[in-house]
Design a protein around this ligand. Structure first.
Ligand SMILES: O=C(NCCCCCn1ccnc1)c1cc(-c2ccc(F)cc2)cc(O)c1O
Ligand SMILES: [Mg+2]
Length: 214
C-alpha cells in the first residue's frame, strides 16, 4: 500500500542526513518540504525564532504539544543543556512512530520523552507521572482549537510559574483567534507577536510568545 507523507519524510532523513547530527536532520526535512512535499513542520523561518526563544529561556523543564514528525522536537532538544529532557505529546500514533525514528536518527532520544495521547488527558497527569512542578517553556503546535482550553488547564493544574514562557505556532494560519485574544488581554500574561510566514510558503503566519506573570 502507498506510503504516508511522514514515512516518505523519514526516508528522506535516512537518505540525506547524517546519523547523530541534528542540524543535518533539520536541513534534510526542510529540503524535502521545499522540493518534494509540503508538510506542517514549524519550518526554518519560524524555527529560527523558536531557536532564539529556547536559547534565551534556557529551560530546565520543557513541554511540546504536537510532535508530528519530530522536526521541532529536534530543534528544541538540540539546544537543551546536558541532562535536560523535554516531554512531547502526539495524539496520532502514526505520526508518533515516525517521530521516534527521526528523533533517534538525530541522536536525541535520551533528551526526549514522547507521550501518545490527548493534551486534555495528559496535562492533569504531568505532575504525578513526570515529577514536574512547573514548566519553564511550552511550545504549542497541536490542534489550534485546543490552545485556549489547554493554557487554562496549565493554570488550573499549577503548571506555570512567574516567568514561564509559552510559544504558540500558527496563531495566524490556520489561526488561534480565541487563544490570541486571551493571552493579549489577560493581565496574567505579557504577550508578543513574532511575524513570519507559514512554513515553506509566502502566506502570513507567526509565533506568539506569552510570559506568565504569576
Ligand atoms: O494542524 C496543525 N497542527 C496540528 C496537527 C495535529 C495535532 C495532533 N495532536 C497532537 C497533540 N494533540 C493533538 C497545523 C496545520 C498547518 C496547516 C496550515 C495551512 C494549511 F493549509 C494546512 C495545514 C500548519 C501547522 O504548522 C500546523 O501545526
Ligand atoms: Mg504548526
Amino acid at each position: 500500500t502507498r506510503s504516508t507523507r511522514p514515512q516518505r519524510m523519514l526516508k528522506a532523513v535516512q537518505k540525506n542526513a547524517t546519523k547523530g547530527n541534528p542540524q543535518s536532520v533539520i536541513s534534510a526535512i526542510d529540503y524535502f518540504c521545499k522540493n518534494s512535499e509540503w508538510a506542517m513542520n514549524v519550518g526554518d523561518e519560524k524555527g529560527s525564532i523558536l531557536d532564539s526563544v529556547v536559547t534565551e529561556v534556557n529551560p530546565s523543564t520543557v513541554l511540546e504539544l504536537g510532535t508530528y514528525c519530530g522536526y521541532s522536537t529536534v530543534r528544541i532538544a538540540r539546544l537543551l543543556s546536558p541532562g535536560t529532557k523535554l516531554i512531547t505529546l502526539e495524539f496520532n500514533p502514526a505520526y508518533a512512530t515516525v517521530a521516534r525514528q527521526i528523533i533517534a536518527y538525530a541522536g536525541l532520544q535520551d533528551k526526549v520523552t514522547l507521550v501518545e495521547g490527548s493534551s486534555a488527558d495528559l496535562i492533569p497527569q504531568i505532575k504525578e507521572r513526570f515529577g514536574i512542578t512547573t514548566f519553564d517553556f511550552i511550545f504549542l503546535d497541536h490542534w489550534k482549537d485546543r490552545y485556549l482550553p489547554d493554557i487554562k488547564l496549565f493554570e488550573e493544574c499549577g503548571l506555570l510559574r512567574k516567568g514561564s514562557v509559552l510559544l504558540a505556532d500558527n496563531v495566524i494560519c490556520p489561526g488561534a483567534p480565541e487563544y490570541l485574544e486571551y493571552v493579549r488581554n489577560s493581565p496574567r500574561y505579557e504577550s508578543r507577536y513574532y511575524p513570519a510566514h507559514l512554513e515553506y510558503t509566502k502566506a502570513e503566519d507567526g509565533l506568539e510568545k506569552s510570559v506568565f506573570l504569576g
